[in-house]
Design a protein around this ligand. Structure first.
Ligand code: ADP
Ligand code: MG
Length: 699
């Protein structure tokens, strides 16, 4: 029976409609003010909201509440407390106070803190983020919160994200006022993250240690068929996948997550889900929830959802496209060219602010998506290169050229200074193929940052983007601040012109996958930070520390702690991968090869009775091949073990991560060559784990 979707949608969310109906009018107004303007929340309001929330949650089957937060792992964290409160006579009442809603005090000592912990108290606290609505999941009321150390250092991803949104708001509003748009009170950033994922059969998954421990395959010969036929992208959905997607949509809709688009992706067993965009903060929370629910629903369907950036060698990995824009409180998209000359000026100022921000902080944008998993994608022939550049399309690039050359929209001859004279055309999205190779593409009324990995939170890239754009808007404002109104147009024009000249090197409309581009980018002086250990040192460079501290996004201490955590995560991930691979080869693959050789040797010995010379038989040929591979594998395994032990001894985190990257990762690649070749020679009956053909084609 068809569900009533509008009724289902958001049914587990404490949303505006519920708030309005459950809260006394004055309390509702006070809360709205806090949500919209970030003003302080009085305790009586908090108490009133807590009561309404609790009653609504209990009506909807909840028994517990949790402060839900995003520590610097890749997952969210929660500790559940029940609403019960003993009354002293063996009875309980269901209780929830404003204080409990607003603040929690979880022990912070077991979360990554990158050294902050050493100097500060173990206690941390969580603070309610009223801008992201509470919801019910598994009979618990989830309250989105920020997570800090007791002395106020951010230990999570939400705190700096909220700070960056506030900074961008401040600078963008200031800029709009300077441009004469005095009505605007607030600017939010918006994000629509398109999420890629793989679905594989759960039974097969359970037979592979690499998938269980690492989320990706570490060995595996290619299947006879990969993605070369280009028949999976947008292909019709298989029944099992379709059922999964329906179920997933419903779960997400209940939580008020506007899941909109779903389709098969390029690689076999790969799919995508895109929601309608939302305010950055809410979009980040929703993406975390989406990833979690994707996995849960897959489990119900006897499948496993792989969010790793590169689960399989030889076919595309998974990314996440971060569609990003800025919107005013009256609903104007600042990256939309608009319909009037004034809107056009505004558009060009904000467009160029983004372009300059991407150029000035390309290193930070690259870092914001750095992870061991994503290192396998960036720069491979499937994802944008590790070089950050901006795609504008021919039309818009031409507009910028004419501004730079003072021939702005002036027809053939006249030089026209008046930038407000002509209405810009609406730039239709450039749907050419090469557009897809750009890491940062303008798509009509938003930018699409495409370097993100599928598994990571989208918080980091948005923290960088918001802060970098805010900083450029601040610099722009400095230039325009004291210009009298009659000279403003000229001043804006000069600013645009200078910005284009200074930053056009970041604009690249060609094919980002080619070697020529790598060469060209080097000539232009653009960063090419290939791996996580290459990129991370830039995170704490003077320029970047200055950016984050100026805007109060991170203190120097917070930056250094994040740098440590990031690299620690890198080395730990590679260490687990190396150990898992060694174990699979030693305990699964080598024994299988021994067994097979025994069988083959037995047949050979039988042949000895009838043949004078068995050295040219197929058994002998195969035995020699297997011996060769086995020897190579054993040697490569030893090298991997030695290098892994050595890498583990380095105490300096950067040295350690570089050791993992330059030796351990290479050793794994080397060992894999032998392993994959041997796997291809084994008979089906002796395969120690399910192979690529089954993993990719059995659903
Ligand atoms: P595709 O990139 O696959 O062609 P679309 O461009 O239609 O698809 O949209 C991709 C994503 O961009 C969707 O999640 C959509 O909601 C989001 N999006 C659209 N407009 C904006 C905006 N102004 N800000 C942020 N995201 C947006
Ligand atoms: Mg897209």
């Amino acid at each position: 029976m068809a569900q009533n979707i509008p009724e289902l949608y958001g049914s587990l969310v404490f949303n505006d409609k519920i708030m309005r109906s459950k809260l006394p009018k004055d309390m509702y107004k006070a809360l709205k003010k806090t949500i919209q303007n970030g003003t302080h929340l009085e305790l009586d309001v908090a108490n009133s909201v807590a009561v309404a929330m609790k009653e609504w949650a209990i009506d909807n089957g909840a028994t517990h509440y949790t402060h839900w937060f995003q520590p610097m792992t890749n997952v969210t964290a929660e500790k559940h407390d029940s609403f019960i409160s003993p009354t002293g006579d063996g009875q309980v009442i269901m209780d929830f106070s404003g204080k409990e809603l607003v603040k929690g005090e979880p022990d912070a000592s077991s979360f990554p803190s990158g050294g902050l912990r050493a100097t500060f108290e173990a206690r941390g606290y969580t603070a309610w983020d009223p801008t992201s609505p509470a919801f019910i999941k598994d009979r618990t009321l989830y309250i989105p919160t920020a997570f800090c150390s007791y002395s106020g250092e951010a230990l999570d991803k939400k705190t700096p994200l909220l700070r960056s949104m506030e900074t961008l708001n401040k600078e963008a509003v200031h800029m709009l006022h300077l441009l004469g748009n005095k009505e605007v009170k607030h600017v939010s950033t918006t994000v629509g993250p398109e999420q890629e994922y793989f679905l594989i059969d759960k039974e097969l998954y359970c037979q592979r240690k690499d998938l269980i421990f690492c989320g990706r395959t570490l060995i595996g010969a290619p299947a006879p068929k990969g993605q070369e036929m280009e028949d999976h992208y947008f292909g019709s959905l298989k029944p099992r996948v379709s059922e999964y997607m329906h179920d997933l949509d419903e779960e997400l809709w209940k939580l008020g997550i506007p899941a909109k688009t779903k389709h098969n992706e390029v690689a076999p067993a790969q799919h995508e889900l895109a929601p309608v965009f939302d305010t950055t903060n809410v979009a980040v929370d929703h993406n975390q929830l989406t990833m979690e629910i994707m996995k849960k629903v897959a489990d119900r369907h006897g499948m496993v959802c792989l969010l790793h950036e590169k689960p399989f060698e030889g076919i595309n990995g998974s990314g996440k496209h971060n569609n990003w824009s800025m919107i005013t409180d009256s609903g104007v998209n600042l990256l939309d060219p608009g319909r009037t000359p004034a809107e056009n000026t505004q558009f060009l100022v904000f467009l160029l602010a983004v372009i300059k921000a991407v150029d000035d902080y390309a290193d930070l944008l690259r870092i914001s998506v750095a992870s061991p998993g994503n290192d396998h994608r960036l720069g491979a022939n499937e994802a944008p290169p590790a070089i950050v550049s901006v795609f504008l399309g021919d039309e818009l690039t031409e507009v910028l050229k004419t501004i730079e050359k003072d021939t702005y929209f002036s027809g053939q001859n006249a030089i026209q200074m008046d930038i407000g004279a002509t209405v810009l055309p609406h730039f239709v999205k450039d749907n050419t193929d090469r557009n897809r190779t750009s890491p940062f593409a303008f798509t009509g009324n938003k930018f699409e940052f495409r370097m993100l990995g599928s598994a990571a939170s989208v918080a980091n890239p948005n923290i960088v983007l918001n802060t970098a754009v805010a900083e450029v808007l601040r610099q722009f404002a400095e230039k325009l601040e004291h210009i009298p109104a009659e000279d403003m147009e000229q001043a804006v024009h000069n600013l645009l012109k200078a910005t284009i000249s200074g930053h056009k090197r970041i604009i690249f409309n060609g094919n980002g996958y080619t070697d020529e581009w790598v060469e060209e980018a080097q000539k232009r002086g653009l960063f090419n930070l290939k791996t996580t250990p290459d990129a991370l040192p830039e995170f704490i460079s003077e320029k970047n520390v200055a950016l984050f501290t100026r805007h109060h996004i991170f203190t120097k201490g917070e930056l250094h702690s994040r740098y440590e955590i990031w690299l620690e995560n890198y080395t730990k991930t590679l260490h687990i991968e190396a150990c898992t691979m060694a174990e699979m080869v030693q305990k699964d693959l080598l024994p299988a090869i021994f067994t097979y050789m025994e069988q083959v040797a037995h047949t050979a010995s039988l042949k000895k009775a009838v043949l004078d010379d068995i050295s040219t038989t197929s058994e002998a040929v195969l035995l020699r091949k297997l011996t060769c591979l086995q020897d190579g594998m054993t040697e490569a395994l030893e090298v991997l073990r030695t290098d892994t032990s050595k890498a583990q001894t380095y105490t300096d985190i950067l040295t350690a991560s570089k050791a993992y990257q330059t030796t351990v990762l290479k050793d794994m690649e080397n060992l894999r060559k032998y392993a994959d070749e041997a796997e291809a020679l084994l008979p089906e009956s002796l395969l120690p784990y399910p192979t690529y053909d089954k993993l990719l084609f059995s659903i």
